[in-house]
Design a protein around this ligand. Sequence first.
Ligand code: B16
Ligand code: MG
Length: 216
Amino acid sequence: MKDVKACLFDLDGVIVDTAKYHYLAWKRLAEELGFEFTKEQNERLKGVSRMKSLDILLEIGGLSFDDKTKEKLAEKKNNWYVEYISKMDSSEILPGVISFLNSLKENNIKIALGSVSKNSKLILEKTGITHYFDAIIDGTKITHAKPNPEVFLKGAQELNIDPKYCVVFEDAQAGIEAAINAGMHSIGVGSPEILNKADLVIPSFEDMTIEKLWLV
Ligand code: B16
Ligand code: MG
């Protein structure tokens, strides 16, 4: 599509690899609760909200708790996670991202964040890229998780751009579905097998150019 007016970016797995810090914090919680949590099992938590992630973790451990205890456990995990991401810096931005953001600016294409993470602003601040974003929609602004299109529709609304001129970058299947549900174009970042519903899949931003936006 030649007339792309905005690009909306997922955060974890697209701009930075915070999945490793989520994993460390969930693993620490699992160990405290007396069970093991593997890297393979962590795949199930990618792109999933914090409370839904906790439900999956507890299901893996064969445990169940009341809502109040679950809130406390999620808070404990989040405190550890925040401790890890507070040490992040610009070196953790995934390869090719900055150069692509710069070319969007040069081409007057708007930039928005569409992440379910409630810690998005802290991550953008620590990695020094907040100024690139014309709109930031994160977990604090939405009530429905992906594949619900809310996060991307709110982004387009804040930018005042029709969804049909928007392109979403996502690493999770649910995120690509959210883009489709929003009536937007999508580019998957990662494996074509997992992201088969996307209009185009790139292995990383090192392979991304403005011209590729015309292909979606
Ligand atoms: P928080 P994204 C998602 O970020 C992560 O992929 C997911 O693993 C995490 O549980 C979720 O954010 C919530 O994060 O606990 O920081 O609110 O991929 O939507 O950028
Ligand atoms: Mg993601």
